[in-house]
Design a protein around this ligand. Structure first.
Ligand SMILES: Nc1ncnc2c1ncn2[C@@H]1O[C@H](COP(=O)(O)OS(=O)(=O)O)[C@@H](OP(=O)(O)O)[C@H]1O
Length: 399
């Protein structure tokens, strides 16, 4: 069976997209944008997003900013040296967990020629998911049972100990603002929170909302001048039902909001601006949304066997996964497998691909110090020192 109708990308069809400022375009014309910084926030559907970027970039041989693992220096603020070891050329796409740091990011992804995108989720569900994923109950000595969140919120930590070894503790309050580079010391400072949100508004070309994933993707598609085929996806990294606290009481929800007030202000601000933006897109937005949803359903039905299975996402984390149908032609099989590929697996593949590319250019050889055996292997240029007396005599003879 053949599934994907996507016309293979034809580079010559488009002008060089690195600097569009001098290109005159008709009103309806645009060029696919391929230089993207996706600021990956925790538990916001960001792995589903990363999968979209991985597939887009891989198909076009774009370069990714890659770290050694899933993160790029997180929880430290992003620094150029985090992806440096994987450099061959400036990356086209960054979509691994990296904590926002304006200057190095703007240097690596110039604002004029790149698009900045991130994603948020309503703070109640986001925090519940983060708390569970990061096993914060365990870190705070409250166990891993689903009620550990409620217990924690009854008496949350008063001060933060930066020296704790448990990295996930950094997500204990306002996880989205933390990922977006906001510092703890300002978490309880309303003026600072509001100012930082204004800064983020200027820094990002699009802030997606996970709760409206399809609408968000469509806005992104339009911003990046992509095709519907480029934003097809299946939901990745979904917790198993037994790990979800489905019925949070009104009290727990309210406490989540109070404890994560900076995230609440962040979400409310961008949720409102999101809907203003959708409204500006006009009625054809919803027609395209329908087309997208139909196509997404088609792809999911054609690619996957009904139902989910348990899949390892990280070393000790198991999430809902999928099985690809076994009656597909080779090309469709590969595309379907990529659609459901875990982040770690995709990253490992991209690192291998990068390494092979560097080897081709010779760059990786330059970095390697070859094991050398010593100069004794040949004797003809053997070192024979001139004795001091003979040099003296020679240097006094006239030319
Ligand atoms: N498309 C779409 N729509 C709605 N929800 C989605 C989608 N994709 C992922 N998810 C949910 O996002 C949660 C995982 O988020 P991340 O991938 O960002 O997690 S991680 O920080 O990278 O580990 C995880 O939430 P929980 O299941 O509540 O933990 C996923 O179910």
């Amino acid at each position: 069976m053949k599934i994907f109708t996507h016309i293979p990308y034809n580079r010559s069809k488009y002008v060089n997209t690195t600097d569009l400022s001098s290109v005159a375009l008709n009103k309806d014309q645009c060029f696919p944008q391929k230089r993207i910084l996706f600021l990956k926030t925790h538990k916001t559907g960001s792995s589903t997003m990363a999968n979209i970027f991985f597939r887009y970039g891989d198909a076009r041989n774009l370069t990714f900013a890659l770290g050694a693992g899933t993160i790029l220096g997180w929880p430290e603020k992003f620094h150029i040296f985090h992806p440096l070891r994987m450099f061959g050329k400036a990356p086209d796409i960054l979509c691994s967990h990296a904590r926002l740091n304006k200057e190095p990011m703007n240097w690596l992804f110039p604002r004029k020629t790149s698009r900045y995108v991130t994603i948020l989720r309503n703070p109640e569900d986001n925090y519940e998911s983060v708390f569970n994923f990061a096993q914060l109950g365990k870190s705070f000595g409250l166990g891993v049972a689903l009620d550990s969140l409620e217990k924690f919120l009854d008496k949350p930590i008063q001060s933060y100990n930066h020296s704790r070894k448990d990295m996930m503790m950094y997500l204990a309050r306002n996880p989205m603002m933390f990922d977006l580079g906001f510092s703890f010391e300002y978490f309880q400072n309303l003026t600072a929170v509001k100012e930082y949100i204004q800064f983020l508004d200027k820094e990002f070309d699009l802030v997606m909302i996970m709760d409206y994933f399809d609408e968000s993707l469509l806005l992104m598609k339009r911003l990046l001048c992509w095709d519907i085929e480029d934003i097809l996806y299946v939901k990745l990294n979904e917790r198993q039902d037994k790990e979800k606290a489905t019925l949070l009481s009104a009290r727990v929800k309210e406490n989540i909001r109070r404890w994560n007030k900076a995230d609440v202000l962040l979400f409310d601000y961008f949720n409102a601006s999101f809907w203003r933006r959708v409204k500006k897109e006009g009625p054809n937005f919803y027609a395209e949304l329908n087309t997208f949803r139909q196509r997404k359903q088609e792809i999911q039905q054609s690619c996957l066997i009904n139902g989910t299975r348990i899949q390892r996402a990280y070393h000790n984390k198991f999430v809902k996964g999928y099985s690809v149908r076994n009656d597909l032609d080779e090309n469709s099989k590969r595309l379907c497998e990529n659609l459901v590929r875990t982040e770690n697996d995709f990253l490992a593949y991209l690192r291998r691909k990068r390494k092979a590319k560097l080897r081709e250019t010779g760059i990786d050889k330059l970095n390697k110090v070859k094991n050398e055996t010593g100069w004794q292997v040949a004797k003809d240029l053997r070192y024979v020192p001139v004795r001091a007396r003979r040099i003296m005599r020679k240097s006094f003879t006239s030319p």
